[in-house]
Design a binder for this molecule. Structure first.
Ligand SMILES: Cc1cc2nc3c(=O)[nH]c(=O)nc-3n(C[C@H](O)[C@H](O)[C@H](O)COP(=O)(O)OP(=O)(O)OC[C@H]3O[C@@H](n4cnc5c(N)ncnc54)[C@H](O)[C@@H]3O)c2cc1C
Length: 433
């Protein structure tokens, strides 16, 4: 779409400071989280030699929601667009040499995801889920009845009635992934510490970016600024339909002895607290608790929503669900020592709706990111609203974005569902809350 072949690659260091901002680029990306770094990686792979400049406001890449992430990945997604996005991404995690370069170490642990049910109603839901996943081709996902759960995971105790198991799921080091995207680019430049990025338009098209450290001329801008996406969009006079919800996680250096190091990530029953082993002796926990705040353009750091009670409430909930008495299992007070408690924003699209028989629109919580061109402003692209899976989806998200920027066909037609103005996709509603 622009004159790429024969272009001189930018010469010099990959990571540069704000005062070294290049004067021009073919594509500029605002935001250096998983979405922005993957966009740079995928555009350069698809069109080598493209002059890409990524602007990150912080002193390092991955300074947004990924810092609070549990860094998990899974393949059991009921909506085909999400299932295919994760299958593609997980293939990159499992075979990084092919996609991210030789000697790439992502710290992958493929220990699975185990969703558990404690009553017949929950067991029925899991059975239905697995049937649907098989119907869309995800036959590796298993339904485990009570006996099978007890046989495979005796340490879970007697309360678990059934489970859904995704054996391809696991977790990785998100920081290593983000830097792997950056490090395997050749021509891209990652400018750190760039504040105040505003998009400059001329004649209805993108002309450049103005920052506190200087300006850059470019015909293409990608907004990949996580929870700040809406604010950045406003500088171009557009209102991106996203909202941000604060979400907490915490890591403990200690884990009860019965919870083994090779355990899968456990997703408990509603309200879905979840936990997995972390490092050798620790654990990492998450749960959407107090998720009532919905912010269009948050001005405060997500940590300002941290509730000091969150770790003890999560542990108490898990202890109650698994039937652990005081001092035992998740009710062991040693879990509450030396906790690292974090928060980040889940960013979701706010323009998803179903149409009721009487024609009224019923909004719903979509799991689909927006990866698309912005209509009416030539050269403006979005990779936003990656909800609670922007780490695990990042390779495919980068490739979809690259196709949009380069004016090429999508890698998979089903990825059209990530379009800005696609209001509804079946099986796309809800998350773990
Ligand atoms: C508690 C929690 C648990 C999670 N668990 C998982 C999980 O297990 N697996 C998973 O896949 N995902 C998980 N996620 C979600 C995942 O972290 C996000 O979906 C992902 O980080 C989104 O990537 P992003 O690049 O869009 O945004 P971010 O990660 O937020 O990155 C945005 C980047 O843009 C920069 N930026 C912002 N504004 C500007 C600006 N104006 N100029 C320049 N730079 C800017 C930021 O500094 C940041 O580096 C979790 C999130 C939370 C909060």
């Amino acid at each position: 779409m622009f004159g790429l072949p024969g272009r001189m690659a930018m010469i010099g260091r990959r990571f540069i400071e704000a005062n070294e901002l290049p004067a021009r680029a073919d594509v500029a990306i605002i935001g250096g989280g998983p979405a922005g770094a993957a966009a740079a990686w995928a555009i350069e792979r698809a069109a080598p030699g493209t002059q890409i400049v990524l602007l990150e406001q912080s002193g390092s890449l991955g300074a947004g929601a990924s810092l609070a992430s549990l860094e998990n990945f899974r393949t059991c997604w009921p909506a085909p667009c999400l299932a295919r996005m994760m299958q593609r991404s997980v293939s990159a995690f499992l075979n990084p040499a092919a996609d991210l370069g030789e000697n790439t170490a992502l710290g992958v642990r493929q220990q699975g995801y185990l969703y558990v049910a404690f009553d017949e109603k929950g067991a029925q839901t899991l059975r239905r889920d697995v049937l649907h996943l098989h119907n869309i081709g995800l036959s590796h996902v298993e339904y485990l009845d009570m006996g099978e759960v007890a046989y495979r995971y005796p340490w879970l105790g007697e309360r678990v009635m059934a489970a859904k198991f995704d054996p391809l799921a696991g977790w990785l080091d998100s920081h290593a992934l983000i830097y792997a995207f950056a490090n395997c680019t050749r021509a891209a430049r990652f400018v750190l510490g760039v504040r105040g990025a505003c998009i400059r338009l001329a004649g209805g098209r993108v002309a450049g970016i103005i920052t506190d450290s200087g300006a850059i001329d470019t015909p293409n801008v990608v907004i990949a600024a996580g929870a700040n996406a809406r604010q950045v969009g406003r500088s171009a006079g557009i209102e991106i339909p996203v909202e941000a919800r604060p979400r907490q996680s915490f890591t403990t250096p200690w884990r009860h002895a019965a919870f083994p190091e090779d355990a899968p990530c456990i997703i408990s029953a509603a309200p879905f607290p979840h936990v997995r082993p972390e490092a050798r002796t620790g654990a990492i926990f998450g749960w959407e608790y107090g998720g009532v705040h919905r912010l269009a353009a948050p001005e405060q750091p997500a940590e300002s929503f941290n509730d000091a009670r969150f770790p003890s409430l999560t542990l108490a909930l898990l202890a109650r669900q698994f039937g652990h008495r005081d001092g035992v299992g998740f009710a062991d007070p040693r879990y509450l020592r030396d906790i690292s408690h974090r928060a980040g924003y889940y960013v979701c699209r706010s323009n998803a709706y179903t149409t009721l028989p009487d024609g009224t629109r019923q909004p719903y919580e979509s799991q689909r990111a927006i990866i698309d061109a912005w209509p009416g402003v030539y050269g403006l692209f979005l990779s936003v609203a990656h909800v609670g899976h922007g780490v695990m989806s990042s390779p495919a998200a980068g490739e979809i974005l690259a196709a949009k920027v380069l004016g090429r066909a999508l890698p998979d037609p089903v990825y059209a569902d990530f379009g800005l103005n696609v209001p509804y996709v079946e099986y796309d509603a809800g998350g773990l809350h």
